[in-house]
Ligand binder design. Structure first.
Ligand code: ADP
Ligand code: MG
Length: 720
């Protein structure tokens, strides 16, 4: 009640931003030590050498570090910075920072601002409390952060001062990756190398780095903070563990692309403004399907930059939401029965010199090249379905996948009718068909010029071709996009390697034979991988059946999906392309299993606590009220219909029993074996939690509203 009146009486605490004073576009990159600032502040040779590293992936010359550091420090101090921080990305998926002051004692009782090249290049946070999956014992906690030149430093503004932030990789003292960034960089390098082999066959000899590109669309919920703080489950687990369905849900689809409420719009404008300052090119904003759900998407960038920027998007959303009296929920499934949130990762690859390699183009020649890259992606997804499913696995994403609102846990590709048809023609035509007969031969005869939007959209596919890129739609809203990108870069590199090797051998250096060889390669790849293509309704029951017949994997839960990281073929893949060593991969599997178990453990604890200390007391208060009314009425000779009392009494008993059962399930002796433990969490603990919820939610529909101890779905989703 108090929460509702606080919400409806919400007044903004700060005056609205004045967008006329400083137009947002003028702020773009205002807080970024990017190419423009570097050009203005660095000696020409230093600037040139840095740009070369950034654009071509050349080796960094460490001797420039002192000069860069000093320019960076001056720039940052002019912007009011007092500290610098090496920012790194531990396996928790969060962003970590270690702040250090620019000031050092000068020995004469004063202080001087100092920032050396070695401070820029390397830092040493005490990383002992970050998960490493056994790579490091805590007593040998040494870890290093290493400057990533390819992701520009930036200034983060806080009410109490600003900090120069330097994106870094985080490795152990033995050089093993402890973070999400290192493998992104390594996998980009692998992709670049293999893409160049294909490009060379098609006559490109430009050296420009071929980078994978990513455009992540972030979905999120906004609710008022008063509600948020009244819900221990949201606060601690990021999702509601209880809550009956509201009378009005999302049936009307009236929220999707509807008008954006004022407070939310003000919030969005400020988010965009902050992100613009950080050089993050946010572009679209709109309402999503569920009430209270929204989306923000930037223009795509190179994977590494997009990954760092995506982390900043999540941080900024949360921070600005607070300022507007709201909480931003990035959990995949904050509300049962209401659409969850995803993070569609749009993926392609290219460079300034060769353009977007997944753009079909409209000449036969570029079609052939496009078809090779497209076939490589197809083969990659087919061969490594299990890996792709594993990198999007988390306790929270499990609630969303396959729940008739998000793609199923089966990995398949939506190609669209037109492209599927093109591949089918190639397959049917084969190398035998001649131009004279008018059949299609890639690159010689004219393939139909492919329109940019090759057919309709398919929202039910986990991995969809959308005209000039693939969209990995099964990624969860709360996940770092690093894992999915590492997987995609690496598996596509492996397939490009395969295709390049085949084509190099088949042509034997005679590029006159290229088209013919491409034709047979495409036929072969399509024959092998056709079963991964599915253009129909991914939500349907028939698809589950059909996918099983096709032999596609269907790893429904994280406990089923994560073990794919332990697959020897996956270990070999990552070793071969120098993305992750066997030990690094193992440590990840262990860390993610641990996170899965811990998440469910915390949720189970919360379920017990809320059921016992909030819901049970409310229920028996109401029960008591009913019982005394009944007794009193009887005393004065009236009848009392005890239906409600009977129902509440029955539900209270069921609640108590189910809580006792959950506690018993949790008391099971923990296993050292994390995979066994994850199975226990998945198969025993989660169902026991759901059982408690079932009775609690039913009680919610009986107990008097004024004693119900938690804000309801209706309140949280509809009162703004
Ligand atoms: P929709 O919701 O219709 O899928 P959006 O416009 O919300 O589309 O998001 C599309 C995303 O795809 C944007 O982030 C966009 O920058 C990104 N994108 C477009 N082209 C590429 C590309 N070549 N590589 C990666 N991402 C891309
Ligand atoms: Mg999309």
């Amino acid at each position: 009640m108090a929460a509702i009146s606080a919400v409806t009486n919400y007044k903004p605490s700060t005056p609205p931003l004045n967008f006329k004073e400083t137009p947002t576009q003028e702020l773009f990159c205002a807080n970024v030590f990017g190419p423009a600032v570097m050009k203005a502040r660095l000696p020409k040779p230093v600037y040139k050498s840095l740009i070369k590293v950034i654009e071509t992936g050349a080796k960094l010359d460490p001797s420039v570090a002192d000069i860069v550091a000093s320019a960076m420090k001056d720039w940052a101090i002019e912007k009011g910075a007092t500290h610098y921080a090496h920012v790194f990305y531990p396996l928790t998926g969060a962003t970590a920072e270690k702040h250090d002051s620019f000031l050092s004692p000068d020995g004469d009782g004063g202080a001087i601002a100092e920032f050396t090249g070695s401070q820029l290049i390397q830092g040493e946070p005490d990383g002992s409390s970050f998960p490493t999956g056994g790579i490091r014992q805590t007593f040998e906690a040494r870890g290093y952060t290493i400057w990533d030149v390819t992701s520009p430093a930036y200034i983060l503004e806080n009410p109490n001062g600003t900090t120069l932030c330097i994106p870094t990789a985080f490795v152990s003292w033995t050089g093993e990756a402890l973070d999400k960034k290192t493998p992104v960089l390594r996998s980009m390098q692998a992709l670049n190398k293999q893409a160049h082999r294909i490009l060379k066959l098609f006559g490109h000899d430009d050296e420009t780095f071929v980078s994978s590109t990513a455009g992540p669309e972030q979905e999120y919920f906004l609710i008022d903070r008063h509600f948020f703080f009244a819900r221990p489950d949201l606060l601690n687990a990021g999702r509601t563990l209880f809550g009956a369905a509201p009378p009005k849900g999302q049936e009307f689809d009236d929220h999707y692309f509807g008008a954006i409420p004022d407070r939310v719009l003000a919030f969005m404008l400020e988010v965009e403004r902050e992100l613009f300052k950080l050089g993050i090119p946010v572009k679209t904003r709109h309402n999503e399907v569920a009430p209270g759900q929204y989306e923000i998407a930037p223009v795509f960038e190179s994977s590494n930059l997009a990954t760092d920027h995506q982390q900043l998007v999540m941080i900024t959303l949360r921070k600005v939401a607070e300022k507007y009296g709201m909480a931003c929920l990035t959990h995949e499934k904050p509300f049962a029965g209401v659409n969850g949130s995803g993070k569609h990762v749009n993926f392609s690859m290219g460079s300034a010199a060769v353009g977007n390699l997944l753009d079909p183009g409209d000449t036969p020649h570029s079609n052939a090249q496009f078809l090779v890259f497209c076939a490589a992606v197809m083969r990659a997804v087919y061969k490594y379905q299990g890996l792709l499913r594993a990198v999007i696995a988390s306790a929270s994403n499990d609630h969303r996948l396959g729940a008739n609102e998000a793609p199923p846990a089966i990995i398949s590709i939506f190609l669209g009718d037109q492209l599927t048809d093109v591949f089918q023609q190639i397959k049917g035509g084969g190398a035998k068909s001649s131009i004279e007969k008018g059949t299609l031969t890639v690159g010689v005869d004219t393939l139909p010029p492919l329109p940019k939007d090759a057919g309709d959209r398919n929202r039910t596919s986990p991995f969809a071709f959308t005209g000039n890129r693939f969209e990995f739609r099964a990624v969860g809203s709360n996940q770092s996009i690093a894992g999915p990108l590492v997987a995609m870069n690496t598996i596509v590199a492996e397939s490009l390697d395969y295709c390049a090797t085949k084509l190099e051998e088949a042509t034997g250096g005679d590029l006159g034979k290229l088209n013919e060889c491409v034709q047979s390669l495409l036929t072969e790849v399509f024959n092998e991988c056709e079963s991964i293509i599915f253009n129909g309704n991914g939500y349907s029951e028939e698809w589950h059946q059909e996918a099983a017949n096709r032999g596609l994997l269907n790893n429904k839960t994280t406990a089923d999906a994560l073990p794919a990281l332990g697959d020897p073929a996956v270990a070999e893949l990552f070793e071969k392309y120098n993305v992750l060593t066997g030990r690094e991969l193992e440590s990840r599997l262990e860390t993610y299993l641990e996170q899965y178990c811990m998440t469910i453990q915390v949720e189970a604890n919360l379920t017990v606590e809320i059921a016992k200390t909030k819901i049970f007391p409310a229920a028996i208060r109401y029960q008591n009220e009913l019982a005394s009314t009944c007794a009193n009425l009887k005393l004065v000779g009236y009848d009392f219909d005890t239906d409600t009392l009977d129902k509440v009494t029955e539900l209270v008993k069921c609640l108590q029993d189910s809580v006792a059962n959950l506690e018993k399930t949790m008391a099971h002796e923990g296993s050292e074996d994390l995979q066994a433990e994850s199975r226990h969490m998945c198969d025993d603990v989660l169902p026991a939690m759901l059982e408690v919820r079932k009775f609690a939610d039913e009680l919610e529909t009986w107990v008097a509203d004024d004693i119900w101890p938690l804000p309801t779905y209706q309140e949280m989703l509809f009162i703004k």
